[in-house]
Design a protein around this ligand. Structure first.
Ligand code: SER
Length: 314
């Protein structure tokens, strides 16, 4: 019987992944944790605890006490926020990962999911259809921490047998919980503002293309990767995951099909430079081949769901 620990259950990914895991493994077998309160549906459907991943003794104690076998570690400072507190962001992102890797040596929690990101690539990487194996010279703190994290994950797998698995998520778009402090967050905010105000001021320029994925596809991919027979995984660093690719101008056009008087303006800030250093689109053929990644949403089908769900919520 798998006992699963989710670290960061109150965040953008955790708030949806936790519920998907509970459906699959049973409510009582999925322990949701965060340093802040969880959303109501997580509190009501199963166990929730306040837990700080940076406190290793406490974390190990928790994992032993509840016989945890799998960990999803979703705690991170995102790209935009990390640039404001570089040294601290490095400390937090790396310590959070190292602590969950160490669990694999000290306890039965040997299977670990940890998200990497398109941020591992940098300005010297080929921008279009970025390959799995290519030049990686990230120039953001967030990207440096994700690339180092991938290397550590692979190292712990080889050296200590930790069952480390990871995806390089593109920008993730969802309506349940907004992200915080990321560069791809505009593509979430724009939908909320479209419903609230019929207008949005974008912090990236109109033609900035970035890889993006709807949360349903990301959750599906994450669980699929974790359920794949380990022998099929040719990579123990992190898999490219492409999703779709679009610009702010294209999302605005997609929204206008539903809200004709929606208006967008552009006022790029420091995040423009981060976006410019990242790929515009991703080659994820290795993930498709190794474990059958298959995403289903495109820009227009995602727009439909986003607008419908946000309208309900507001
Ligand atoms: N969505 C993240 C960010 O913008 C990238 O992984 O920081």
């Amino acid at each position: 019987m798998e006992k699963i620990l989710v670290i960061g259950c109150s965040g953008q990914i955790g708030s949806e992944l936790t519920l998907a895991l509970r459906k699959l493994y049973g409510n009582d077998n999925v322990f949701a944790t965060d340093i802040k309160q969880a959303p109501a549906d997580i509190l009501e459907s199963g166990p929730f605890h306040i837990l700080d991943v940076l406190d290793y003794n406490n974390l190990l104690h928790f994992v032993v006490r509840y016989n945890i076998t799998q960990v999803y570690n979703l705690a991170a400072v995102l790209s935009g926020n990390a640039e404001k507190i570089p040294q601290q962001a490095w400390e937090i992102n790396m310590k959070a990962l190292m602590n969950t890797l160490e669990l694999g040596r000290d306890s039965d929690a040997k299977k670990l999911f940890w998200p990497s990101s398109i941020a591992v690539f940098g300005p010297t990487t080929p921008r279009h259809n970025t390959p799995q194996m290519t030049v990686m010279e990230p120039n953001t703190v967030y990207g440096i921490s994700k690339l180092a994290g991938e290397r550590w994950g692979e190292y712990y797998h080889k050296r200590y047998g930790v069952d480390f698995r990871s995806l390089r998520y593109p920008g993730l778009i969802s309506h349940k919980t907004e992200a915080g402090g990321g560069t791809t967050d505009y593509a979430v905010e724009i939908y909320f503002e479209a419903i609230k105000n019929k207008s949005y001021e974008c912090f990236l320029s109109e033609d900035t293309a970035l890889p993006m994925m709807f949360m349903d596809d990301a959750i599906h991919a994450t669980i699929k990767l974790m359920q794949t027979d380990g022998e099929k995984l040719s990579l123990r660093s992190s898999y490219n995951v492409g999703g779709m690719s679009f610009t702010p101008k294209e999302v605005a056009a997609s929204i206008k099909k539903h809200i004709p008087d929606f208006e967008i303006s552009y006022n790029p800030d420091f995040r423009q430079a981060i976006a410019d250093s990242w790929p515009a689109s991703i080659d994820d053929s290795v993930a498709r081949k190794d474990w059958g990644l298959n995403d289903t949403f495109n820009l227009d089908s995602m727009t439909e769901v986003m607008l419908r769900e946000i309208k309900k919520k507001l």
